[in-house]
Design a protein around this ligand. Sequence first.
Ligand SMILES: Nc1ncnc2c1ncn2[C@@H]1O[C@H](COP(=O)(O)OP(=O)(O)OP(=O)(O)O)[C@@H](O)[C@H]1O
Length: 284
Amino acid sequence: MSLLSGSEPGLNAEGVSFSVDGRAILQAVSLQLPAGQVLGLLGPNGAGKTTLLRALTGQLPCEGRVAWMGRPLATMPLAERARQIAIVNQLNDPVLALSLRQVVQMGLLPHLSLLGRRSPDDLQRVEQALARVGLSDRADQRFVSLSGGEQQRALIARALVQQARLIVLDEPVNHLDVYYQHDVLTLLRTLAHETGLTVVMSLHDLNLASMYCDRLALLHEGHLRAFGSAREVLVPELLQRVFRLPCVVRAYDGLMRVDFCPSSVGVSQILIQPSVISADGQVK
Ligand SMILES: Nc1ncnc2c1ncn2[C@@H]1O[C@H](COP(=O)(O)OP(=O)(O)OP(=O)(O)O)[C@@H](O)[C@H]1O
Protein backbone atom coordinates (compact mmCIF):
# COMPACT_ATOMS: atom_id res chain seq x y z
CA MET A 1 0.00 0.00 0.00
CA SER A 2 1.35 3.41 -0.91
CA LEU A 3 2.10 5.43 2.16
CA LEU A 4 2.70 9.06 1.51
CA SER A 5 2.44 10.03 -2.13
CA GLY A 6 -1.09 10.86 -3.21
CA SER A 7 -2.58 10.01 0.20
CA GLU A 8 -4.73 12.36 2.24
CA PRO A 9 -2.69 14.25 4.84
CA GLY A 10 -4.06 12.40 7.89
CA LEU A 11 -2.18 12.91 11.13
CA ASN A 12 0.97 14.99 11.32
CA ALA A 13 3.04 15.60 14.46
CA GLU A 14 6.08 17.85 14.40
CA GLY A 15 8.51 18.29 17.27
CA VAL A 16 6.06 17.23 19.99
CA SER A 17 7.68 17.61 23.41
CA PHE A 18 6.24 17.44 26.91
CA SER A 19 7.93 17.86 30.28
CA VAL A 20 6.78 17.66 33.87
CA ASP A 21 8.83 19.44 36.57
CA GLY A 22 11.81 19.60 34.24
CA ARG A 23 11.61 15.91 33.35
CA ALA A 24 11.24 15.31 29.61
CA ILE A 25 8.44 12.79 28.96
CA LEU A 26 8.29 13.30 25.16
CA GLN A 27 11.25 14.67 23.24
CA ALA A 28 10.70 16.23 19.81
CA VAL A 29 8.52 13.43 18.40
CA SER A 30 7.62 13.85 14.72
CA LEU A 31 5.57 11.45 12.64
CA GLN A 32 3.20 11.39 9.69
CA LEU A 33 0.34 8.97 9.10
CA PRO A 34 -1.80 9.12 5.95
CA ALA A 35 -5.56 8.86 6.48
CA GLY A 36 -6.98 5.35 6.37
CA GLN A 37 -3.93 3.69 7.87
CA VAL A 38 -3.27 1.89 11.15
CA LEU A 39 -0.40 3.04 13.36
CA GLY A 40 0.87 0.90 16.25
CA LEU A 41 2.71 2.69 19.04
CA LEU A 42 5.25 0.39 20.69
CA GLY A 43 7.65 0.73 23.59
CA PRO A 44 8.38 -0.53 27.09
CA ASN A 45 6.50 0.60 30.20
CA GLY A 46 6.98 4.30 30.82
CA ALA A 47 8.26 4.99 27.28
CA GLY A 48 5.66 7.72 26.74
CA LYS A 49 3.01 5.93 24.63
CA THR A 50 -0.05 7.12 26.58
CA THR A 51 1.40 10.61 26.80
CA LEU A 52 1.95 10.69 23.03
CA LEU A 53 -1.62 9.46 22.40
CA ARG A 54 -2.86 12.33 24.57
CA ALA A 55 -0.67 14.80 22.69
CA LEU A 56 -1.90 13.50 19.32
CA THR A 57 -5.52 14.07 20.36
CA GLY A 58 -4.99 17.56 21.74
CA GLN A 59 -5.46 16.51 25.38
CA LEU A 60 -2.04 17.71 26.46
CA PRO A 61 -0.53 21.20 26.54
CA CYS A 62 2.65 20.19 24.72
CA GLU A 63 5.25 21.97 22.61
CA GLY A 64 5.31 21.38 18.87
CA ARG A 65 2.50 21.03 16.38
CA VAL A 66 -0.15 18.37 15.79
CA ALA A 67 -2.37 18.63 12.73
CA TRP A 68 -5.28 16.45 11.62
CA MET A 69 -6.21 16.55 7.93
CA GLY A 70 -3.96 19.55 7.45
CA ARG A 71 -5.51 21.57 10.29
CA PRO A 72 -3.66 22.30 13.54
CA LEU A 73 -5.53 20.74 16.48
CA ALA A 74 -4.76 23.84 18.53
CA THR A 75 -7.04 25.94 16.32
CA MET A 76 -9.76 23.35 15.69
CA PRO A 77 -12.95 24.17 17.63
CA LEU A 78 -13.51 21.71 20.49
CA ALA A 79 -16.91 20.61 19.14
CA GLU A 80 -15.41 19.72 15.77
CA ARG A 81 -12.49 17.94 17.39
CA ALA A 82 -15.02 15.90 19.39
CA ARG A 83 -16.76 14.88 16.15
CA GLN A 84 -13.58 14.04 14.25
CA ILE A 85 -11.56 12.23 16.92
CA ALA A 86 -12.68 9.31 19.10
CA ILE A 87 -10.61 8.38 22.13
CA VAL A 88 -10.85 4.88 23.56
CA ASN A 89 -8.96 4.71 26.83
CA GLN A 90 -8.22 1.56 28.75
CA LEU A 91 -11.47 0.10 30.07
CA ASN A 92 -12.09 2.48 32.95
CA ASP A 93 -14.75 4.66 31.38
CA PRO A 94 -17.52 5.75 33.77
CA VAL A 95 -20.08 3.85 31.73
CA LEU A 96 -20.40 0.71 33.74
CA ALA A 97 -23.97 1.29 34.97
CA LEU A 98 -25.33 1.86 31.46
CA SER A 99 -26.65 -0.61 28.93
CA LEU A 100 -24.58 -1.36 25.86
CA ARG A 101 -27.02 0.61 23.66
CA GLN A 102 -26.78 3.64 25.99
CA VAL A 103 -22.97 3.52 25.83
CA VAL A 104 -23.04 3.41 22.03
CA GLN A 105 -25.59 6.27 21.96
CA MET A 106 -23.05 8.43 23.78
CA GLY A 107 -21.31 8.67 20.40
CA LEU A 108 -24.18 10.88 19.24
CA LEU A 109 -23.40 13.58 21.81
CA PRO A 110 -20.99 15.67 19.67
CA HIS A 111 -23.66 15.80 16.93
CA LEU A 112 -26.74 16.71 18.98
CA SER A 113 -28.29 20.17 19.02
CA LEU A 114 -28.65 22.08 22.29
CA LEU A 115 -32.07 20.47 22.78
CA GLY A 116 -30.40 17.10 22.54
CA ARG A 117 -33.09 15.51 20.35
CA ARG A 118 -32.10 12.31 18.58
CA SER A 119 -33.48 11.84 15.08
CA PRO A 120 -34.60 8.48 13.63
CA ASP A 121 -31.41 8.65 11.52
CA ASP A 122 -29.31 8.97 14.69
CA LEU A 123 -30.98 5.95 16.25
CA GLN A 124 -30.53 3.98 13.05
CA ARG A 125 -26.83 4.84 13.14
CA VAL A 126 -26.63 3.35 16.63
CA GLU A 127 -28.25 0.11 15.46
CA GLN A 128 -25.96 -0.03 12.42
CA ALA A 129 -22.87 0.44 14.60
CA LEU A 130 -24.03 -2.30 16.98
CA ALA A 131 -24.50 -4.61 14.00
CA ARG A 132 -21.09 -3.63 12.56
CA VAL A 133 -19.30 -4.83 15.71
CA GLY A 134 -21.53 -7.91 16.01
CA LEU A 135 -23.32 -6.89 19.20
CA SER A 136 -26.94 -6.27 18.13
CA ASP A 137 -28.19 -9.14 20.26
CA ARG A 138 -26.49 -7.72 23.37
CA ALA A 139 -27.77 -4.14 23.07
CA ASP A 140 -29.87 -4.17 26.25
CA GLN A 141 -27.31 -5.96 28.38
CA ARG A 142 -25.55 -3.89 31.04
CA PHE A 143 -22.12 -2.77 29.84
CA VAL A 144 -20.46 -4.07 32.99
CA SER A 145 -21.75 -7.59 32.31
CA LEU A 146 -20.16 -7.79 28.84
CA SER A 147 -16.89 -9.65 28.30
CA GLY A 148 -13.71 -7.59 27.89
CA GLY A 149 -13.74 -8.14 24.13
CA GLU A 150 -17.40 -7.14 23.87
CA GLN A 151 -16.75 -4.00 25.92
CA GLN A 152 -13.88 -3.06 23.65
CA ARG A 153 -16.04 -3.60 20.56
CA ALA A 154 -18.81 -1.54 22.18
CA LEU A 155 -16.42 1.38 22.60
CA ILE A 156 -15.44 1.04 18.94
CA ALA A 157 -19.17 1.11 18.04
CA ARG A 158 -19.46 4.33 20.05
CA ALA A 159 -16.63 5.79 17.93
CA LEU A 160 -18.47 4.70 14.75
CA VAL A 161 -21.66 6.44 15.90
CA GLN A 162 -19.56 9.51 16.60
CA GLN A 163 -18.57 9.27 12.89
CA ALA A 164 -15.01 9.95 13.98
CA ARG A 165 -12.39 9.92 11.23
CA LEU A 166 -9.54 9.28 13.66
CA ILE A 167 -9.76 6.73 16.46
CA VAL A 168 -7.07 6.61 19.12
CA LEU A 169 -6.94 3.61 21.45
CA ASP A 170 -4.74 2.99 24.49
CA GLU A 171 -3.85 -0.71 24.65
CA PRO A 172 -7.14 -1.90 23.10
CA VAL A 173 -6.31 -5.60 23.44
CA ASN A 174 -5.08 -5.49 27.01
CA HIS A 175 -6.80 -8.19 29.09
CA LEU A 176 -8.38 -9.82 26.02
CA ASP A 177 -7.94 -13.48 25.19
CA VAL A 178 -6.29 -14.48 21.92
CA TYR A 179 -9.59 -14.74 20.04
CA TYR A 180 -10.77 -11.27 21.01
CA GLN A 181 -7.31 -9.74 20.43
CA HIS A 182 -7.55 -10.80 16.77
CA ASP A 183 -11.25 -9.98 16.63
CA VAL A 184 -10.80 -6.37 17.78
CA LEU A 185 -7.67 -5.77 15.67
CA THR A 186 -9.28 -7.28 12.57
CA LEU A 187 -12.27 -4.97 13.05
CA LEU A 188 -10.03 -1.89 13.38
CA ARG A 189 -7.92 -2.80 10.34
CA THR A 190 -11.02 -3.54 8.25
CA LEU A 191 -12.59 -0.21 9.21
CA ALA A 192 -9.37 1.57 8.27
CA HIS A 193 -8.89 -0.10 4.93
CA GLU A 194 -12.57 -0.18 3.91
CA THR A 195 -13.90 3.10 5.27
CA GLY A 196 -10.80 5.29 5.48
CA LEU A 197 -10.85 5.49 9.29
CA THR A 198 -7.40 6.36 10.65
CA VAL A 199 -6.37 4.26 13.65
CA VAL A 200 -3.64 5.00 16.19
CA MET A 201 -3.18 2.57 19.08
CA SER A 202 -0.61 1.54 21.64
CA LEU A 203 0.22 -2.15 21.76
CA HIS A 204 2.58 -4.26 23.84
CA ASP A 205 2.53 -7.33 21.58
CA LEU A 206 5.02 -6.72 18.76
CA ASN A 207 3.76 -9.67 16.73
CA LEU A 208 0.16 -8.47 16.78
CA ALA A 209 1.43 -5.01 15.84
CA SER A 210 3.33 -6.47 12.89
CA MET A 211 0.23 -8.36 11.77
CA TYR A 212 -2.33 -5.55 11.94
CA CYS A 213 -0.53 -2.20 11.60
CA ASP A 214 0.53 -0.42 8.41
CA ARG A 215 3.05 1.64 10.34
CA LEU A 216 4.87 1.18 13.63
CA ALA A 217 6.39 3.79 15.93
CA LEU A 218 8.86 2.67 18.59
CA LEU A 219 9.14 4.95 21.63
CA HIS A 220 11.82 4.75 24.29
CA GLU A 221 12.47 7.23 27.08
CA GLY A 222 10.26 9.77 25.31
CA HIS A 223 12.21 9.55 22.02
CA LEU A 224 10.86 8.12 18.79
CA ARG A 225 13.56 5.54 18.07
CA ALA A 226 12.07 4.19 14.83
CA PHE A 227 9.10 4.81 12.58
CA GLY A 228 8.09 2.89 9.49
CA SER A 229 7.05 -0.56 8.31
CA ALA A 230 7.38 -3.62 10.57
CA ARG A 231 10.52 -4.58 8.65
CA GLU A 232 12.05 -1.16 9.32
CA VAL A 233 11.11 -0.97 13.00
CA LEU A 234 11.41 -4.55 14.26
CA VAL A 235 15.21 -4.68 14.07
CA PRO A 236 16.85 -7.05 16.59
CA GLU A 237 19.64 -4.72 17.79
CA LEU A 238 17.17 -1.90 18.38
CA LEU A 239 14.56 -4.09 20.11
CA GLN A 240 17.25 -5.62 22.30
CA ARG A 241 18.40 -2.17 23.42
CA VAL A 242 14.91 -0.80 24.01
CA PHE A 243 13.33 -3.85 25.68
CA ARG A 244 16.54 -5.01 27.41
CA LEU A 245 16.25 -8.62 26.25
CA PRO A 246 17.96 -10.57 23.47
CA CYS A 247 15.59 -11.37 20.64
CA VAL A 248 15.24 -13.15 17.34
CA VAL A 249 13.33 -11.55 14.46
CA ARG A 250 12.13 -13.66 11.54
CA ALA A 251 10.01 -12.94 8.49
CA TYR A 252 7.24 -15.37 7.51
CA ASP A 253 5.35 -14.63 4.32
CA GLY A 254 6.11 -10.95 4.71
CA LEU A 255 5.06 -10.92 8.39
CA MET A 256 7.69 -10.14 10.99
CA ARG A 257 7.81 -12.38 14.06
CA VAL A 258 9.72 -11.38 17.20
CA ASP A 259 10.71 -13.80 19.96
CA PHE A 260 12.40 -12.45 23.04
CA CYS A 261 14.85 -14.85 24.64
CA PRO A 262 15.61 -14.34 28.33
CA SER A 263 18.91 -15.96 29.29
CA SER A 264 16.99 -18.75 31.05
CA VAL A 265 15.61 -19.85 27.67
CA GLY A 266 18.43 -18.99 25.29
CA VAL A 267 18.44 -18.08 21.65
CA SER A 268 19.38 -21.58 20.47
CA GLN A 269 16.11 -23.03 21.79
CA ILE A 270 14.11 -20.35 20.00
CA LEU A 271 15.99 -20.97 16.75
CA ILE A 272 15.24 -24.71 16.62
CA GLN A 273 12.98 -25.28 13.62
CA PRO A 274 9.52 -25.52 15.16
CA SER A 275 7.29 -28.51 14.54
CA VAL A 276 3.93 -27.58 13.10
CA ILE A 277 1.01 -29.57 14.47
CA SER A 278 -2.00 -29.43 12.20
CA ALA A 279 -5.63 -29.46 13.38
CA ASP A 280 -5.84 -33.23 12.75
CA GLY A 281 -2.88 -33.76 15.12
CA GLN A 282 -0.25 -34.53 12.44
CA VAL A 283 3.26 -33.28 13.30
CA LYS A 284 4.99 -31.78 10.25
N1 LIG B 1 1.38 14.19 34.39
C1 LIG B 1 2.50 13.52 34.69
N2 LIG B 1 3.26 13.85 35.75
C2 LIG B 1 4.40 13.19 36.03
N3 LIG B 1 4.87 12.16 35.30
C3 LIG B 1 4.17 11.79 34.24
C4 LIG B 1 2.94 12.42 33.86
N4 LIG B 1 2.47 11.83 32.75
C5 LIG B 1 3.34 10.85 32.45
N5 LIG B 1 4.35 10.81 33.35
C6 LIG B 1 5.51 9.89 33.34
O1 LIG B 1 5.94 9.80 32.01
C7 LIG B 1 6.39 8.49 31.69
C8 LIG B 1 5.64 8.00 30.47
O2 LIG B 1 4.31 7.68 30.87
P1 LIG B 1 3.27 7.01 29.87
O3 LIG B 1 2.04 6.68 30.64
O4 LIG B 1 3.13 7.87 28.68
O5 LIG B 1 4.05 5.68 29.47
P2 LIG B 1 3.57 4.42 28.63
O6 LIG B 1 4.58 4.20 27.56
O7 LIG B 1 2.16 4.59 28.23
O8 LIG B 1 3.73 3.29 29.73
P3 LIG B 1 2.90 1.91 29.99
O9 LIG B 1 3.31 0.95 28.92
O10 LIG B 1 3.44 1.51 31.33
O11 LIG B 1 1.43 2.23 30.01
C9 LIG B 1 6.18 7.67 32.93
O12 LIG B 1 7.39 7.58 33.63
C10 LIG B 1 5.16 8.46 33.73
O13 LIG B 1 5.30 8.25 35.11
